[in-house]
Design a binder for this molecule. Structure first.
Ligand code: PZK
Length: 303
């Protein structure tokens, strides 16, 4: 059954991402719900990937735990049985795929770190030789490892539009110099911890996006989903070759299938056949299990 905000008719809907929903819970909390929807070439597909929402939620929760000595997170609980009573009618739809979080005052920029050059960073580099004010050496290609990890903040674009990279000076103008410096420091520190961990498990973390916010005591917390395949680019380490697009850890079967159909990348996208759905689901589960060392079945049985 598809999961849209219409199925949570009793809750106050705060917003939709392409594949996620956000609800208010009382005055001080929000509920983040990850659906099984998937996008490819920026279009949400008509076919869902079973358990995708639970895999991404489980990964975020595991990362929040790994990072808790560096930065506090927004998570209050992911145990549906501990959620407030108003959520009880939705318990089975929420199990495994939701996080009850402190309601934060969100920081108005996205905090991006890049260890490899691709996507919008590559576009800016080809145009200007720099990304977010970091001059880069000549001769870098799609997929090149950067000489050092760079912090490339971006604006939060409305849904359907693309975030735009901004300079660190522009970021400081938007959020204030002191907070801008703290966001950069935290983003690079978290990215370093995460990419070391992923590399030990044969996965390259090319880039990732973090969101932060302040709680009611003014404490800066890591928010949103973190270090999932939807907020990051994960590449298998053993096939990495700079000089072109790298295979995506999670979506490569889907991209190959869609290209093969001749689809022109305008909505609506074609349905996916069962074998592509099943192999993609297996890749998500593999990402969870390789990174965390936890069996996905065990995660589901504790959610
Ligand atoms: C918040 N988003 C992104 C948009 C989604 C997610 N803890 C929080 N407190 C207040 N607001 C947010 C958060 C978090 N995380 C998250 N925008 C605001 C977003 C739409 C759907 F699932």
């Amino acid at each position: 059954m598809p999961l849209t905000h219409e199925e949570f008719a009793g809750l106050t809907h705060l917003g939709s991402g392409k594949v996620r929903e956000l609800f208010a819970v009382g005055d001080d909390a929000v509920l983040l719900v990850a659906s099984d929807r998937i996008s490819a070439f920026d279009v949400v597909l008509p076919t869902e990937i079973p358990d995708k929402g639970a895999v991404l939620t489980g990964l975020s929760l595991w990362w929040f735990d790994q990072l808790s000595d560096l930065v506090p997170s927004h998570v209050i609980s992911s145990s549906v049985d501990e959620y407030p009573a108003e959520l009880a009618p939705y318990a089975e739809q929420l199990r495994g795929r939701s996080m009850l979080c402190r309601r934060l005052d969100m920081v108005l920029i996205e905090c991006v770190a890049r260890g490899y050059l691709t996507g919008s960073g590559l576009k800016d580099y080809r145009r200007t030789g720099a990304v977010s004010g970091h001059p880069l050496p000549a001769g870098l290609e799609d997929g090149s490892k950067l000489p050092a990890t760079i912090y490339t903040p971006s604006t939060k674009a409305p849904i359907g539009e693309h975030d735009e990279n901004i300079s660190r000076d522009d970021a400081a103008d938007r959020v204030g110099g002191e907070l801008a410096a703290e966001l950069e420091r935290l983003t690079l520190q978290i990215f370093g911890r995460a990419s070391d961990l992923a590399a030990e498990r044969g996965i390259l973390l090319a880039d990732t996006k973090f969101e932060f916010g302040h709680d009611k005591d003014g404490v800066l917390r890591l928010a949103d989903e973190v270090l999932t395949p939807d907020s990051s680019r994960f590449w298998p380490a053993d096939t990495w070759v700079p000089g072109g697009a790298q295979p995506s850890f999670d979506k490569q079967f889907i991209r190959d299938y869609l290209v093969n159909t001749g689809w022109d990348r305008n909505p609506p996208a074609p349905e996916l056949p069962d074998d592509i759905v099943e192999s993609t689901r297996a890749r998500y589960v593999e990402a969870y299990e390789r990174l965390t060392g936890i069996s996905f079945k065990d995660y589901l049985s504790t959610a």
